[in-house]
Design a protein around this ligand. Structure first.
Ligand SMILES: C[S@@+](CC[C@H](N)C(=O)[O-])C[C@H]1O[C@@H](n2cnc3c(N)ncnc32)[C@H](O)[C@@H]1O
Length: 336
């Protein structure tokens, strides 16, 4: 371990904490799953209510240190599992009251320059959140030009994906790309100068590679389906998302598998709609951080919170969700 890792900053500012806690209504107790434990912001707050039982999940073993302290403080009410949230239905046989997802990276991960998530890093290209099969280095050095282009274009929504992919291939024909700064240079050279845009030219490509390394879309789709499966009738699923692909998926599940009295069979034929109602009437409401929160924590600016309430209907697998987003699942399953 070097100095950088030993002095690891283990803090993360929880996004929309008050809103998440209010919707989760822990004052009556109940069973909660915090699928993205991170710095433990939500779990710590839920545990302040004496009748709550919380399971915290995270794929990143770094947060074990924080989780252990909570396990020691609340031995009968808190348990941590280092597992991907797509497997949340395997941690217990109990139905639960609330499942919370706060997607993406934590500040703990972003600020640890060893892990190569930040463009400021001088370290190796890694970008694994934990429990990943591949690293960013594998992706950048092994994928074909066409697959790199597709990943950068679709997962990063990057308009200049073609030129970036071409230049990655050109660079690596001379030398293996191992460092974050090499990728940063390639992207900067590939992109047209944009004097108006405030976002870093590398943001979208880095997002795409990170999503691909961690199979984030596949995780999200399976995670929210399995959360729906284990929720009690009346239980709540909450998702804080940070980019449009995530929000599109969450919105599709909540609105198309809920009762919608004004337009009951807009998406499915009548006989099918009854069976696929997994949520009570969904209001399609997005909750965003207040200006005060954004001023305090700039990284919260793109967060969107959606939540839905589980209906009494028996769980039926939402096949149409998979069909609708199959292109992302196919993309993330490209062999490296
Ligand atoms: C934005 S942070 C959560 C912060 C947390 N809500 C807090 O208040 O401290 C996201 C966390 O979720 C974890 N994560 C992301 N995708 C995951 C997945 N598929 N399975 C398990 N954990 C995941 C990341 O490792 C990261 O620690």
């Amino acid at each position: 371990m070097n100095n950088q890792s030993s002095s690891l900053d283990l803090s993360h500012f929880p996004v929309m904490l008050n809103e998440v806690i209010e919707i989760s209504s822990p004052s009556n107790g109940g069973k909660f799953i915090d699928c993205t434990f991170g710095g433990g912001g939500y779990s710590k707050q839920l545990l302040k209510f004496p009748k709550t039982i919380v399971n915290g999940l995270d794929r990143d073993k770094t947060v074990n240190v924080i989780a252990k302290k909570l396990e020691n403080k609340f031995p009968n009410r808190f348990k941590f599992h280092q597992v991907k949230f797509s497997k949340l239905d395997t941690i217990s046989n109990d139905f639960v009251d609330t499942v919370i997802f706060d997607l993406g990276l934590s500040s703990i991960q972003l600020n640890d320059l060893e892990r190569g998530f930040s463009f400021k890093s001088s370290k190796d290209l890694d970008m694994s959140m934990g429990l990943s099969q591949i690293s960013a280095k594998d992706v950048i050095n092994n994928l074909s030009e066409i697959n790199l282009k597709l990943i950068i274009k679709i997962l990063g929504e990057e308009k200049e994906a073609s030129r970036i992919a071409k230049n990655i291939i050109k660079f690596r024909s001379e030398k293996k790309i191992t460092k974050v700064k090499e990728l940063v240079e390639i992207i900067e050279k590939s992109k047209k100068k944009n004097y108006v845009s405030k976002i870093n030219p590398c943001t979208k490509t880095f997002q795409a590679i990170r999503i691909f390394v961690n199979k984030e879309i596949t995780e999200l789709i399976n995670g929210i389906i399995n959360a729906t499966k284990i929720l009690k009738p009346g239980g709540k699923i909450l998702v804080v998302s940070f980019h449009s692909i995530e929000d599109k998926i969450v919105k599709y599940l909540f609105s198309n598998f809920s009762t919608n009295k004004s337009n009951p069979s807009r998406y499915f034929p009548d006989n099918e709609s009854e069976n696929t109602v997994l949520f009570e009437k969904y209001k399609n409401k997005i909750i965003k951080p207040t200006k005060k929160e954004i001023d305090q924590n700039y990284s919260s600016r793109s967060a969107k919170l959606r939540y839905a309430t589980r209906s009494r209907n028996e769980f039926k697998y939402p096949v149409k969700l998979i069909e609708k987003f199959q292109k992302y699942l196919d993309l993330e399953s490209i062999d490296v």
